[in-house]
Design a protein around this ligand. Structure first.
Ligand code: G1P
Length: 289
């Protein structure tokens, strides 16, 4: 299979980052010099994805504006001779074919993915969760795509997480089939300690096939009274081969304050605009802690 499309669910309310996210979508909070969602879009593009659908809600118009032109600003910058900045401002609108759909009710990740069915049509597609910024030598969604292309099966991106943390994610019942590749037998969302299958949890990246949509359409609400993507995946895994890839990369949960701050520090240290300055600042500051 060849994956050309990606969806980025970004319709969450951002309640873990209040009060900042009262009026600013959490995906627009800056990590060094760009909003966190841009890293996710860049990951998709680096993996050869051409069409991206961002799933938003009515309080997230700033996301649509960010990936559009801004004629007034561009004109001002051009008049001031700031041609490099004109290019920079326009680049976010031109980086890919980005479109938007709104999830009208906050009914869970599975429901958000289901709202993308018309965009997806009858093709395989990538899902990159808007909260999860992941860095790595190779784009993580590309690592999943490779296996999906080769094995012609849906693939989820997993890493081992601690027993203390796994209740915040999901847990997979897996069998190893190759280096870093597992066959998925079952999955459970937000497991209680006695329900944990393995330390492997999905961390924000999926390559799915359109047969997930009829399952989502008929799914009853699960954990938290929401339509859970994990529940639909459990059903899909009982019907066809599904794989999990233990991806190489570091994932930041930018929807939490700690994850967001770690991400800001790590990616700012790698940013040519501020990396060496920040390293120097942190070294000096650490002496006084
Ligand atoms: C979602 C998924 C969960 C996954 C997690 C991290 O949970 O439902 O299975 O492990 O993202 O990618 P949420 O963060 O929306 O609670």
């Amino acid at each position: 299979m060849t994956v050309k499309k990606a969806i980025i669910p970004a319709a969450g309310l951002g309640t873990r980052m209040l009060p900042a996210t009262k009026t600013i979508p959490k995906e627009m909070l800056p990590i060094a010099d760009r909003p966190s969602i841009q890293y996710i879009v860049e990951e998709a593009i680096a993996a050869g994805i051409e069409d991206i659908l961002i799933i938003t809600n009515r309080s997230k118009a700033a996301l649509e504006d960010y990936f559009d032109y801004h004629p007034e600003l561009e004109e001002r910058l051009a008049r001031a001779g700031r041609d490099a900045d004109v290019k920079l401002v326009r680049s976010t609108a031109d980086m890919a074919n980005i479109s938007f759909v709104r999830q009208k009710e906050t009914k869970g990740l599975g429901h958000a993915v289901w709202t993308a069915r018309h965009f997806v049509g009858n093709e395989p597609f990538a899902v990159l969760l808007g909260d999860d910024v992941i860095t790595g030598e190779r784009p993580v969604i590309g690592q999943l795509k490779e296996i999906a292309d080769r094995e012609d099966a849906p693939v989820v991106g997993v890493q081992a997480v601690s027993l203390d943390a796994i209740g915040r994610y999901c847990s997979l019942d897996v069998e190893k089939v190759a280096d870093r590749v597992f066959s998925v037998r079952d999955l459970i969302e937000k497991p209680k300690p006695h329900e944990v299958y393995s330390p492997y949890a999905i961390l924000g990246r999926y390559v799915l096939t359109p047969d997930i949509f009829p399952i989502l359409e008929n799914l009853s609400p699960g954990y938290g009274g929401e339509i859970q993507l994990t529940d639909a995946l459990a059903k899909l895994a009982s019907q066809r081969q599904m794989l999990a890839v233990e991806f190489e990369g570091r994932r930041f949960d930018t929807g939490s304050l700690e994850g967001y701050l770690e991400c800001v520090i790590e990616l700012s240290l790698r940013n040519p605009r501020c990396g060496s300055w920040l390293a120097e600042y942190l070294k000096n500051r650490a002496k006084t802690l």
